[in-house]
Design a protein around this ligand. Structure first.
Ligand SMILES: Nc1nc2c(c(=O)[nH]1)N=C([C@H](O)[C@H](O)COP(=O)(O)OP(=O)(O)OP(=O)(O)O)CN2
Ligand code: ZN
Length: 122
């Protein structure tokens, strides 16, 4: 049987964003609380687990340090601090440690924005 387990976390960070609409506030330095979730797929092993969620939580905590209370415009390898690039950044950081990482979501609850990155199969 195939399962998908996940771990949620949040981080607070500042950024600027150049936009064609609603541009004024976005281009000034401002902050958000981002809510992220990482998903790992697989069969359950002899212990009845796809993977110990404690292991995922530990790796997420290390990754979180690179984002929480940071100015996202200056985070190396992130690029323009959009939800899309945050998903890609988290995926690229965790994939080598979590080979069965199947998706990453990042959202801003305050405004209802959400992005999901799920790599193409194959
Ligand atoms: N495809 C995307 N579109 C937009 C993104 C994105 O990441 N990907 N991001 C934004 C803005 O950052 C988002 O709408 C928030 O706007 P912002 O000016 O940063 O803040 P607000 O004051 O509008 O929201 P609060 O969270 O209430 O502060 C737009 N499009
Ligand atoms: Zn913003």
């Amino acid at each position: 049987m195939m399962f998908e387990i996940s771990q949620r976390f949040f981080f607070d960070a500042a950024h600027t964003l150049q936009r064609e609409i609603e541009a004024e506030g976005s281009r000034r330095v401002h902050g958000h609380t981002y809510h992220a979730e990482v998903f790992v797929q697989g069969e359950a092993n002899a212990s009845g687990m796809v993977m110990d969620l404690g292991f995922i939580r530990r790796e997420v905590a290390v990754l979180r340090e690179s984002l929480d209370h940071h100015f996202l415009d200056e985070v190396p390898d992130l690029g323009t601090p959009t939800l899309e690039n945050l998903c890609a950044y988290i995926y690229k950081r965790l994939k080598p440690i979590l080979p069965n990482l199947s998706a990453v979501t990042v959202e801003r609850h305050s405004i209802g924005d959400k992005c999901t990155y799920r790599p193409a199969q194959g």
